[in-house]
Design a binder for this molecule. Structure first.
Ligand SMILES: [Zn+2]
Length: 130
């Protein structure tokens, strides 16, 4: 997980809006954003792309012993989602329906964790089974 104010602001658009990039030549979409297309190299241009947030569960696991910042969240499920635009994205699943590989999901905006004694609250997209 990225930390620090500068990194937080740099990645805000990707974290809040599920925005990546798309190659103008081969149309491959990437998340997180990258400067160069893995297929076309530097002979193409990347443009910003906001993803729909819809996709399917590619893989998932249940976390019982979390990293420090997520102690109050445990147990929780982390999944890899295949977005309908193509990229694989990691995210927490909202508790609710039992996860299955291939289940349809949509991105929702949720509180992620609280940092430090001042209680700075971080938000991020999570995925909800639909
Ligand atoms: Zn390309």
């Amino acid at each position: 997980m990225e930390r620090g104010v500068a990194k937080t602001w740099r990645s805000a658009n990707a974290r809040y809006n599920l925005t990546g990039v798309q190659c103008t030549n081969c149309k491959t979409a990437y998340f997180p954003p990258r400067m160069v297309c893995a297929k076309c190299g530097r002979d193409t241009k990347m443009v910003e792309k906001k993803f729909s947030g819809r996709g399917v569960i590619y893989s998932y696991t249940r976390i019982f012993v979390p990293p420090h910042d997520f102690t109050e969240e445990a147990p929780y499920t982390v999944a890899i989602i295949r977005l309908e635009e193509g990229p694989l994205v990691e995210g927490h699943l909202v508790d609710g329906k039992k996860p299955e590989i291939g289940a349809s999901v949509r991105a929702v905006f949720r509180r992620m964790y609280t940092e430090g004694s001042e209680g700075l609250i971080h938000y991020h997209f999570k995925f909800e089974i639909v």
